[in-house]
Design a protein around this ligand. Structure first.
Ligand SMILES: CC(C)(COP(=O)(O)OP(=O)(O)OC[C@H]1O[C@@H](n2cnc3c(N)ncnc32)[C@H](O)[C@@H]1OP(=O)(O)O)[C@@H](O)C(=O)NCCC(=O)NCCS
Length: 191
């Protein structure tokens, strides 16, 4: 199959290289993306679409996961995300991401989004999210990724919280499976 990974040699190496599974500090995955909100990001009223912010969150989290795993990753899930304040055209939006915890092939990445008003420098927290990424091998199958080392009190707290969230995701998945309700939460395809 031809995809971005076979077309671009740099990305292809991400799938072919032998994984380095030595533990890495959480801070090594730290990623910051800053973007100016322009007309293409907003509706007619000047409010930035929630999807624009979600894409930025997924992008920053994906880079943090790739920096940690040093291989190709996919988004498995994104926990609920609340928007705490509106974002407008002309705002500077920053998404900060870091790997919170690693299980076997999966990693939880935490992202915080802040907005900065250019004229005043005033900053506001607009959203936070937790996403799970899975490391893939050359065949596109889940494969182990390096353990993460939480070095600071804040990183240890985030790691402990991530483990609780993982347990909750597994419990929810098991409960839905037991009730025969797993998968296909969206509308049925037309036709
Ligand atoms: C994510 C994906 C690779 C998991 O594959 P799978 O065959 O279910 O793999 P497994 O059951 O072996 O699970 C692999 C890991 O993913 C985790 N995982 C799978 N589904 C998950 C979910 N919905 N939420 C959180 N973690 C999940 C498992 O807990 C496991 O973690 P571990 O190895 O650390 O214990 C597969 O479902 C997939 O490719 N999904 C599409 C991803 C994608 O295309 N994303 C972009 C959307 S456009």
């Amino acid at each position: 199959m031809t995809d971005a990974f076979t077309l671009r040699p740099g990305l292809q190496k991400l799938t072919e290289a032998e994984p380095d599974l030595s533990p890495r500090p959480a801070s090594a995955s730290a990623t910051v993306i800053t973007q100016l909100m322009e007309i293409e990001h907003a509706n007619n009223a000047g409010y930035v679409h929630g999807g624009t912010i979600m894409r930025l969150v997924d992008g920053a989290a994906g880079i943090a996961a790739m920096k940690h795993a040093r291989r190709r990753v996919v988004t498995a899930t994104m926990d609920e995300m609340s928007f705490l304040a509106p974002v407008f055209i002309g705002d500077l939006v920053t998404a900060k991401a870091m790997v919170n915890d690693v299980h076997r092939s999966s990693m939880e990445v935490g992202v915080r989004v802040d907005v900065e008003k250019i004229p005043t420098g005033e900053r506001r927290h607009v959203a936070s999210a937790h996403l799970v990424f899975v490391g893939l091998d050359a065949q596109g199958k889940p494969t182990p990724v390096a353990p993460v080392i939480a070095e600071t009190d804040q990183e240890r707290r985030r790691q402990a919280q991530a483990r609780v969230r993982r347990e909750q995701r597994l419990l929810r998945k098991a409960a839905l499976a037991q009730a025969g309700l797993e998968g296909g939460t969206g509308p049925a395809p037309a036709g």
